[in-house]
Design a protein around this ligand. Structure first.
Ligand SMILES: Nc1ncnc2c1ncn2[C@@H]1O[C@H](COP(=O)(O)OP(=O)(O)O)[C@@H](O)[C@H]1O
Ligand SMILES: [Mg+2]
Length: 497
């Protein structure tokens, strides 16, 4: 079930980035707008206040005892009034004449100037500066009675109306819209390849794994992404093809013994007088054993290819070779030459499987004898199994490692295994970061297994330091379907020469 809380954000990346960019732009532009607004208005106010103060001071200098002349404003500060201590207007400029006192503030001696905005009604405001006439002057002119000069002007429209704020807000909204719109367009453009990739991928999923995603022009992150997607597709296609081949060859291999079994049983039922039931049962049993063998090997192969981790331990390969050779007796003689201290790190059960198969094959194909060696060469533990049989033609030396490939005539085929032995053996060698190949020999076939050797701490081969990996030469990658995921080293193994 769909767990997790649904995010309040929109699902589209385009919408998300646009939302984020829009919100950021709005915050940023609002801060800038507010700052600009504040600075502009503050400056206008200061200018008016300065001019008012100047006008008041200039007028004050002209005051004469008993001669309060009407002032003539020379600047935009057109409202000038002289007011006594009871708030009565003594004299005023033409614009301010006939009005009541512009303000009621009467600055104290220690604070002789004050600014104020006086509003008679909303939108009808006057900016006033009040100046207290100095005491000395008041003493001369009005026998000490404090007088005040009010100087001001009708609030300029930029302060009186909200025009600046409104136009700033409009600009912010417009700019935010532009930024968000730009982002929407850009994100759409940038994300367009994603839609194309998605469309193509769904087509590939439904229709045909062999299709590939076309790379858009230019070199962007998409180029890399598409490269990786196409690699994945190629790998997937190969895996699916390999699985199909696997299923086909496997069912084919299983069908033959099953058909034989069926014929035997039918004959026994149809011709009870001609067929000996005991021998029919024995034949059926042997076929069943063969089927079991194949199925067991298939299971081993499947596990190996699934990369199931195996327990790794230090193994004395020489001792293991001796033990495995000793369990086999018969007409074919076994010569074992195993050096001491040929050690590897690996899965005992898997390595026994490899040796078991190589020895069984060698014995089956040998005329008289089989030679087995285990030694260390450079950083490698090398096991060779050589027989004196007919050998394997150069053309078949890779083929025999394929599933169910058996070369020999009917006589040997009878006693043969599932035809999976060498496939499994090579997979195990790969899983150990090693190789398994067929090499030239004077007679018969020679199988060579190479695995990275491990050393005791004090001991190094020939006084040199142990090389890091089994493969000295950089090998090409293994054929598809032969690789096993669980590799130890960094380089892929190669069994081809
Ligand atoms: N020592 C050998 N000499 C000649 N041919 C061999 C030898 N070992 C393997 N082969 C060939 O490789 C084939 C595949 O071997 P393998 O995968 O072990 O399957 P199986 O042993 O079940 O036949 C064998 O059927 C045989 O034809
Ligand atoms: Mg075999």
């Amino acid at each position: 079930m769909g767990g997790g809380r649904a995010s309040p954000l929109p699902n589209s990346l385009r919408a998300r980035t646009t939302l984020a960019v829009g919100v950021l732009a709005l915050i940023f532009l609002s801060l800038i707008g507010a700052a600009v607004n504040y600075l502009v208005l503050d400056r206008v106010q200061q200018r008016v206040s300065q001019e008012s103060m100047q006008a008041a001071a200039v007028w004050m200098q002209t005051l004469q005892p008993g001669d309060p002349r009407q002032p003539v404003p020379r600047t935009r500060i057109d409202l000038l009034q002289l007011v006594d201590s009871r708030g009565r207007v003594v004299t005023a400029s033409a614009a301010a004449a006939g009005r009541p006192a512009l303000s009621t503030i009467m600055p104290q001696v220690d604070h002789p100037e004050q600014d104020r905005v006086e509003c008679s009604a909303p939108g009808k405001c006057i900016m006033v500066t009040a100046l207290r006439v100095p005491s000395l002057m008041a003493a001369q002119l009005w026998r000490g009675e404090p007088h005040f000069i009010y100087a001001g002007m009708v609030e300029p429209p930029i302060l009186a109306t909200k025009t600046l704020e409104i136009s700033t807000a409009a600009a912010i909204v417009l700019l935010t819209g532009l930024v968000a719109g730009g982002n929407w367009w850009l994100a759409g453009r940038t994300l367009r390849p994603v839609a194309a990739i998605r469309e193509r991928m769904s087509e590939i999923t439904v229709r045909d794994l062999s299709l590939r995603v076309p790379t858009p022009p230019g070199r962007t992150e998409y180029t890399l992404l598409i490269g990786t997607i196409n690699q994945t597709l190629a790998r997937l296609e190969e895996t699916v093809r390999e699985q199909r081949r696997f299923a086909a060859t496997t069912s084919h291999e299983l069908r033959t013994p099953i058909a034989g079994l069926r014929t035997n049983l039918e004959e026994a039922l149809l011709y009870p007088d001609d067929v000996d039931p005991r021998s029919a049962i024995r034949a059926a049993l042997s076929t069943t054993e063969r089927l079991e063998l194949i199925v067991d090997d298939l299971l081993v192969l499947a596990r190996l290819r699934a990369g199931e981790p195996a327990v790794r331990e230090r193994i004395d390969l020489g001792a293991l070779v001796r033990e495995e050779a000793a369990t086999r007796s018969g007409q074919v003689r076994m010569h074992v030459r195993a050096a001491p201290d040929v050690r590897v790190l690996g899965s005992r059960i898997q390595l026994i499987r490899v040796l078991d198969n190589l020895l069984a094959n060698a014995r089956r194909h040998a005329d008289h004898e089989v030679e087995v060696t285990a030694e260390r060469a450079g950083g490698l533990a090398v096991v060779t199994v050589t027989d004196d049989g007919d050998g394997i033609a150069a053309a078949d030396r890779e083929r025999v490692f394929e599933r169910f490939v058996r070369l020999e005539d009917g006589r040997r085929r009878e006693q043969g295994g599932s035809g999976l032995g060498l496939t499994i053996s090579r997979d195990i060698a790969h899983a150990h970061n090693g190789t398994l190949r067929i090499e030239d020999s004077p007679r018969g076939a020679r199988f060579v297994l190479r695995l990275p050797a491990v050393y005791d701490v004090q001991q190094a081969p020939d006084g040199t330091r142990p090389p890091p990996a089994a493969h000295q030469k950089a090998p090409p990658p293994p054929p598809a379907g032969h690789g096993v995921q669980a590799r130890v080293g960094s380089r892929p193994p190669a069994d081809h020469k």
